[in-house]
Each structure stands twice: as structure tokens, then as C-alpha cells.
Design a protein around this ligand. Structure first.
Ligand SMILES: Cc1cc2nc3c(=O)[nH]c(=O)nc-3n(C[C@H](O)[C@H](O)[C@H](O)COP(=O)(O)OP(=O)(O)OC[C@H]3O[C@@H](n4cnc5c(N)ncnc54)[C@H](O)[C@@H]3O)c2cc1C
Length: 335
């Protein structure tokens, strides 16, 4: 089959317990941009699997899907790798999308490579940008070699061009009420024997709010000298109505749990405001926060790479500035 026979942009609509992931909406928004750059002919399709998958259609239309393919079966209610991969492979073979985007979530990272293998196509993992070049070729950008270089990858011959994409690198559109589209309902056969048997689920307990969902973050780096100083950052974060986060060294030395780590091997965040304290700004760290709306930093070295992305900041010892900031905010709040 010639690659010209593959058409359209597909987004895997990830749902868990009846809730669509935010990254699904981010990918639908980005698909509209890709569609325009590809000449406007590629239809944007959300593909959703579940026991009542068609119920997601109206939400998916409101976030930009023009078409929804809903594959329904009682055994697709919960994620299981083998049936999900088989259903998506069969759908791809039937409808032949040119581009197939997945969230780089634990589920997406588990599922997409299985589909890729079955389709014998190409997959770019953990992309942090998607674009179309001047020749109309779809380009995926992803960090490689420990994040020290950025690769621009094109899947030239194989179709579909598959990608898993980091959460929070694109912004969803504001949902359009009453948006409508075409619904294709599929009823695949799914053997119960192929599905995971869920014995027990345990809710992950976070200290505070997950940093991915926070609009204000105060993030400490290796330059933080003691746990008492970290408590000071925690207090500042609380006064600003936000959460404490960190770069990797503070997690590696056991001061904070992994869910507080910003970055390539941690969490991608997109707060309205972030204060980086004694963080140098490695590429791996920046990958997790450079899309913040307002970036402020404190670092006593003027040449630190964090300044390349910072909007405001102070080149000084944090231990002199943070107590003064806390005192000032408390005074203004009358605390
Ligand atoms: C595959 C891979 C994945 C990785 N993933 C991540 C990741 O997800 N997240 C992550 O953060 N890192 C990650 N890393 C590690 C990353 O390469 C850096 O080592 C790390 O980000 C450095 O953290 P830092 O900026 O806190 O520390 P440093 O680079 O040591 O910087 C400390 C900074 O503090 C400043 N400072 C020191 N004292 C003071 C003071 N008193 N006042 C003001 N400033 C002061 C210094 O000037 C310096 O700039 C990864 C690495 C690899 C290889």
C-alpha cells in the first residue's frame, strides 16, 4: 500500500474510569495546527475504546475532533494491553490514518509500541514538539542521549507515523459547546482471556496537589543547603497558594518524593508562575517547566542556563532573599 493511501490525523483518546485525559485534548488542539500546515485535507479523528465508548463522542467533538471512532465491548472498559493493541491495529489497518498520536502517559507508552510492532511502522517516543516542515513532512522533536540533544525525526515511508507526546506541551482549545461530528461505532470481538484481571486498585497518595495540576510552583534545586531551607520554600509556596517542587537531585537524595520532580524523568508542568530556587536549568529540568507562563529564578551564578528561560530573577544567594520574601508576603497579608 502506498503511503499516499493513508490519510488523516488520529488521536488515541485515553480514558480511565470514564474520564478522558487532559493530554487527549492537548493532542486534538495540536492536530488542528498540523492539519492546517498539511494543507487542510486531513480529518482529525479521535479513537476511543471502552464499554460505552460512544458516550465520549460529544466531549471529543467539543475539543476539536471532527470524527470519533468508538470501539465498544464490555471487556474494553478497563485497559488491557493485548486487546487494546489488537483493536487499534485492526482499526488502523481498516481506516489507514497517516498520523497516529498517543499521550506519553504510562498507558500510552505501554500501548503505542505494541500497535507500532503489529503495524510494522515507525514510532517516535516522548515527543516534546510536532511540526510540518517546508516540504510538508511531519516532524517530531524528541530529547535523546539523556536529553542532551534534540532529535528531529521524520518517518519517511512507513504509515501510520506514530508518536507518543509528552503531556502539557500543547494547550487544549476551550471546549466548543454543541460541536458535532461524525461517529463511527465499532463492535470488535474481545476475548476475556486476553484481558487483565484487576485484583485491587490503590489510590496514589500525593503530598498536596499533583504538581502537573498546579498554577503556582516553588521549585528547589541542588543548591538548597538543608531540609530546613526546603521547609522555607514549602512555606513560601503555601503563601503563594502553590506547591513545592524540585529538580532531580533533591529527589535522588531522598528529601522529596519522585512525584515532586520536574523534568524529563519526572513530571511535565505548565504553571502560570514558577520560582526556581538554586536550580541550574539543565535541559532535562527545562523540558518539564519551560512552557510555564511566568518564570522567575534565584541563582547566585549569572551564567546559569536557567536565565535563558527566565522572565525575572535575582542573581544572589537564595538564603538572603527567601526569608525576606516570606516576611514581606506575611506583612502584606496581615499574618
Ligand atoms: C536521562 C536523564 C534524565 C534526567 N531527568 C531529570 C529530570 O527529570 N529533572 C531534573 O531536574 N534533572 C534530571 N536529570 C539530571 C540533570 O541532568 C541535572 O543533573 C539536574 O537537573 C541538576 O539539578 P539542579 O539544577 O538542581 O543542580 P545543579 O545543576 O547542581 O545546580 C544547582 C544550582 O544552584 C545554584 N546555587 C547553589 N547555591 C546557591 C545559593 N546559595 N543561592 C542561589 N543559587 C545557588 C548553583 O549556581 C547552580 O546553578 C536527568 C539526567 C539524565 C541523564
Amino acid at each position: 500500500m502506498a503511503k499516499e493511501d493513508y490519510k488523516g490525523i488520529w488521536v488515541f483518546a485515553e480514558q480511565e474510569n470514564g474520564v478522558l485525559s487532559e493530554t487527549t485534548f492537548e493532542l486534538l488542539a495540536k492536530s488542528a495546527d498540523l492539519k492546517e500546515k498539511l494543507g487542510g485535507k486531513d480529518e482529525i479523528t479521535a479513537v476511543v475504546l471502552g464499554d460505552d465508548a460512544a458516550a465520549f463522542a460529544s466531549t471529543l467533538y467539543s475539543y476539536g475532533a471532527e470524527k470519533v471512532i468508538a470501539a465498544e465491548h464490555a471487556n474494553l472498559g478497563q485497559y488491557s494491553a493485548r486487546p487494546y493493541a489488537e483493536v487499534l491495529t485492526a482499526l488502523s489497518e481498516k481506516y489507514k490514518p497517516s498520523i497516529f498520536l498517543f499521550p506519553a502517559s504510562p498507558l500510552g507508552r505501554d500501548l503505542a509500541p505494541r500497535v507500532m510492532c503489529q503495524l510494522r511502522t515507525g514510532l517516535t517516543a516522548d515527543a516534546i514538539d510536532l511540526d510540518v516542515d517546508e516540504d510538508g513532512v511531519f516532524v517530531q522533536t524528541t530529547p535523546n542521549f539523556g536529553g542532551n540533544i534534540l532529535s528531529h525525526i521524520c518517518i519517511m515511508e512507513k504509515r501510520p507515523q506514530m508518536v507518543t507526546v509528552h503531556p502539557k506541551v500543547f494547550s487544549p482549545i476551550s471546549p466548543i459547546e454543541g460541536a458535532a461530528g461524525e461517529l463511527i461505532l465499532e463492535k470488535p470481538e474481545v476475548e476475556a482471556d486476553d484481558c487483565y484481571i484487576l485484583l485491587e486498585t490503590e489510590k496514589r497518595v500525593f503530598e498536596g496537589k499533583p504538581i502537573a495540576d498546579c498554577s503556582v510552583l516553588v521549585s528547589g534545586g541542588r543548591g538548597i543547603k538543608s531540609q530546613a531551607d526546603l521547609d522555607m520554600l514549602r512555606e513560601l509556596a503555601a503563601l503563594l497558594g502553590g506547591e513545592l517542587a524540585s529538580s532531580r537531585p533533591l529527589v535522588d537524595n531522598g528529601w522529596l518524593p519522585h512525584e515532586k520532580q520536574i523534568g524529563q524523568s519526572g513530571t511535565t508542568t505548565k504553571p502560570d508562575f514558577i520560582l526556581n530556587v538554586a536550580v541550574s536549568g539543565s535541559v532535562q529540568y527545562l523540558a518539564g517547566m519551560q512552557n510555564a507562563k511566568c518564570i522567575m529564578s534565584i541563582n547566585h551564578v549569572a551564567s546559569a542556563p536557567i536565565w535563558d528561560v527566565s522572565h525575572y530573577g535575582a542573581v544572589m544567594d537564595y538564603s538572603k532573599l527567601i526569608p525576606a520574601l516570606i516576611a514581606e508576603i506575611k506583612a502584606r497579608k496581615g499574618l
